[in-house]
Design a protein around this ligand. Sequence first.
Ligand code: MN
Length: 236
Amino acid sequence: MTQANYLWAPAPVHSLPVRGSDVRLPVRRIFCVGRNYYAHAVEMGRPVDKATMSPFYFLKDASALVDSGATVPYPTGTSNYHFEMELVVAIGKPGFRVDEANAHELIYGYGAGLDMTRRDLQLIAREQGRPWDLGKNFEKSAVCTEIVPAVGAEVLNVGAIKLQVNGVTKQSADLSMLIWNVREIIADLSKFYHLEPGDLIYTGTPEGVGAVKPGDHISGHVDGVGDIVLTIGQAE
Ligand code: MN
């Protein structure tokens, strides 16, 4: 077979460590759920009524991934750089139009993630009816721990999710407070996309989001998954 020649080296495969394994999980797409905890939707000024509303999504490039433990520079173009602590689901099998009852079959494992956000740019886009990319999909904005393989048909539906900045608690909630739980999100997302191994789903953040500045140290935790840390460096 002839090997293709490229003008320059193709972009690297972005990947995450897997707990208890030497191999890494290659990441394909990063889906993020918007407004998936009631109190966070309220603090963003956009309450959610599950009876009449559907979940919505935005994406981040896999190239935005950063391993837990990193120091990231304060991003350009913002003066309101926010943390959002989230449960991350790693998809391990393909699925399209999946039933909630079978959704667990797609799950490879879980991570703890930070959906870092240029909140000022996101809100400008929101108010002007523009895409959220400048606020959400930027370099080093998707922080994630190693992936913890799921056991059997287990689906994470309960457990503490919390975040501290410089040792002060900012977010403290429970996965049971997700508006659309993991099964519901996988079933709904698979109506719109053919889910594939390596797809990640950031499931949304609880209330208490806020700004960080250079020198701040973020530490987060999801029960049954693990701890995430991120240090904010000086602006580039
Ligand atoms: Mn988020």
